[in-house]
Design a protein around this ligand. Structure first.
Ligand code: NI
Length: 256
């Protein structure tokens, strides 16, 4: 396999502390062409930008994740704006969104941060990378209101809701969950969403696909997700990878 674009990874995560450089250096030889590293908080933004500077094939999404908002204020978004405008490898605002599964950050704090970051992305003409965990209704309401370009990462909604996402012009991010034994909902989504609107992702180090489920994930394992999608679509794995990579380059405006 070649030409893999992993549109969602967290290589700044401490699970990569022991062998980060060696692993990242090995990815191109395993068929990985491009990686979008998604930051989640101020420290992770610095690490993400450093990775993008060191590795030619790594791009940066910068943003404040809904679980990482404690201690931040909306004025911290000014820093995002400065970085997005000065660093040419910043290609998206993310990972942003809503998470009603974890209760540490109150919804009243998550909602204004999500909305302000969508508005920032639109002002900067960048796509958003959206995290939505058990918060579909509020997430879709804000996407409907602002209609940003972007991707619903690790899509966990229904096939019906996927239609609305597509109608709004956004992409659906699909990762390891597609290979899980209990994956009925996301399989249905993969059946109805045209390949032209799907992005492949890992969410590394999390969400490793079967047969590596439970282990540390990395971008080379995306091939198992592509295989599962290829079976559903009735085409070759390489065709899935080629189309999804093109979709990703279009969305993030990377021409290589
Ligand atoms: Ni993530």
């Amino acid at each position: 396999m070649s030409g893999i674009f992993d549109t969602h990874a967290h290589y700044d995560d401490e699970k990569f502390d022991e062998d980060r450089n060696a692993l990242l250096s090995s990815l191109p030889s395993k068929g990985v062409e491009l990686v979008m590293n998604c930051a989640t908080n101020p420290a992770s933004i610095q690490s993400t930008l450093a990775l993008a500077e060191t590795f030619e094939f790594i791009y940066a999404a910068i943003g404040f994740h809904p679980e990482d908002l404690i201690g931040l204020t909306l004025s911290d978004l000014d820093k995002l704006k400065d970085l997005a405008q000065t660093c040419s490898k910043v290609k998206a605002i993310g990972e942003i969104g809503l998470d009603y599964y974890w209760k540490e950050v109150p919804r009243e704090m998550q909602l204004p941060f999500f909305e302000a970051q969508i508005e920032l992305a639109k002002a900067l003409n960048l796509p958003v990378i959206v995290h939505d965990r058990e918060a579909h209704e509020d997430t879709y309401a804000l996407l409907r209101k602002h209609k940003p370009q972007g991707v619903l990462h690790c899509y966990s909604g229904s096939a019906e809701s996927a239609k609305e996402i597509l109608d709004n012009g956004m992409y659906i991010g699909i990762g390891g969950a597609l290979t899980f034994k209990n994956a009925k909902k996301i399989v249905k989504v993969a059946e109805v969403v045209p390949l032209e609107r799907i992005l492949l992702e890992t969410d590394a180090p999390y969400m490793a696909p079967v047969p590596m489920r439970g282990k540390r994930n990395d971008s080379s394992l995306i091939v198992y997700v592509a295989q599962a999608l290829a079976e559903i679509k009735g085409i070759s794995t390489q065709e899935v990878i080629a189309t999804c990579t093109q979709n990703s380059k279009d969305l993030f405006r990377i021409d290589k």
